[in-house]
Design a protein around this ligand. Structure first.
Ligand code: HEC
Ligand code: HEC
Length: 325
């Protein structure tokens, strides 16, 4: 090869890599990976932190807005819901180990931007955090803000902190927290902090998406762990999802119950998938498909996701989300 042809070859490879990266980025459905455009430069001074006490509906506790945003001191609206939080769960350790309960909530139910971890097998929890730390697990969309934090935490947390946290979350019970509603039209939404948020007015066709939003945005912003989410799904998706989940859809995928348990509530160290958030599960399926999620147990998910289209992911996750956890 002459220097020119080598340069041309390098150029061609770079262009190819560029397009495939762009194609991959484009291929990720925005409903499952809601990443906001960068915020415009701030012109006004940020609002002063409020010291007025706030209350979440149904709770007898009160916290100020500053306390509600404290990543090392989790607002615990319903302490009667759960055993005493282990220290890493309620407080974490500055600077890098944010309190687990801040994002996953003290009851482990999580929010659409992260994951529910209540009732997951202890060994599974430990392994996932190791996978984040080793790089075997990340998001197909590196800009998902909360996932980047989970990766930083996984690298900073000690084995002792993980042992008590995994013990705490594995003993909690996953409860119903998402209501799946089939529909043709949905409220208009925009993206805030890795989640979809409904506009004040206006509707649009749902298309092939699951649109997961707060039942009550104000309560979600207070991190009220009793105020759950609605997942709108296209009409007919539950039936289509049920067929794929139960039969594997004529070789398109595998019957999920083979590994996740007949009731889909988990088996051995394999996590439950019934009644969890559709957008979280969609990211998991797509991350397995792209290879972004490639931990030691991830091999087992390669076959089930290999031939799934994004429409199948909509149907499967809507159906799984509609089940009793
Ligand atoms: C800043 C928010 C945040 C904090 C704090 C946080 N996590 Fe996470 N966690 C996430 C996100 C986001 C994900 C999902 C990442 C992805 O998309 O793969 C996640 C995923 C997980 C998972 C995988 C769950 C599954 O079903 O596979 C486990 C286990 C977990 N976190 C444990 C912890 C523990 C233990 C702590 C405290 C030491 C913690 N997390 C603190 C945001 C957080
Ligand atoms: C051959 C066994 C097997 C089959 C069949 C299987 N799974 Fe899995 N699945 C696993 C294992 C093992 C994991 C955990 C992988 C890991 O450690 O990252 C998993 C993880 C998952 C997760 C991520 C859960 C979480 O907490 O992040 C989802 C979602 C999932 N599977 C959905 C499905 C669906 C939907 C089907 C059927 C279409 C299915 N699986 C079929 C073995 C299987």
């Amino acid at each position: 090869m002459t220097p020119t042809s080598i340069r041309r070859a390098i150029f061609a490879v770079t262009v190819l890599m560029g397009t495939s990266a762009a194609a991959n980025a484009q291929a990720l459905p925005a409903w499952a990976y809601p990443v906001a455009a960068p915020a415009p430069a701030r012109t006004a001074a940020p609002a002063a932190p409020s010291s007025a006490p706030r209350q979440a509906a149904g709770s007898s506790q009160s916290y100020t807005s500053t306390q509600i945003k404290d990543l090392f001191n989790v607002p615990d609206w319903f302490p009667e819901d759960h055993p005493k939080m282990a220290d890493p769960v309620g407080h974490g350790r500055p600077p890098a180990v944010y309190a687990c309960g801040y994002c996953h909530l003290p009851n482990g139910l999580g929010r659409p931007e992260n994951q529910s971890i209540a009732g997951l097998p202890k060994e599974y929890i430990l392994q996932q955090v190791k996978d984040f730390a080793s790089g075997a697990r990340h998001s197909a969309e590196p800009k998902m803000p909360s996932c980047a934090n989970m990766i930083l935490i996984s690298k900073a947390v000690t084995p002792e902190e993980m042992a008590v946290s995994a013990d705490y979350f594995s003993k909690l019970k996953l409860t119903k927290w998402i209501r799946v509603v089939e529909t043709d039209t949905v409220p208009k939404t925009h993206i805030t902090g890795g989640m979809l948020v409904t506009e004040e007015s206006g509707t649009e066709p749902i298309g092939s998406r699951v649109v997961e939003v707060s039942e009550n945005l104000e309560q979600t912003e207070l991190r009220n762990s009793h105020s759950g989410f609605i997942a709108y799904a296209p009409t007919g998706s539950l039936k289509a999802g049920e067929a794929l989940v139960k039969t594997g859809g004529d070789g398109k995928t595998m019957a999920c119950g083979m590994c996740h348990g007949q009731d889909l509530k988990g088996m051995g160290n394999i996590p439950g998938i019934a009644g969890r958030s559709p957008s979280q599960m969609a990211r998991a399926l797509i991350d397995f498909r792209t290879g972004a999620r490639n931990g030691s147990q991830g091999m087992m998910m390669k076959m089930p996701v290999a031939k799934l289209t994004d429409d199948d992911v909509v149907a499967i996750t809507a159906y799984l989300g509609s089940l009793e956890p």
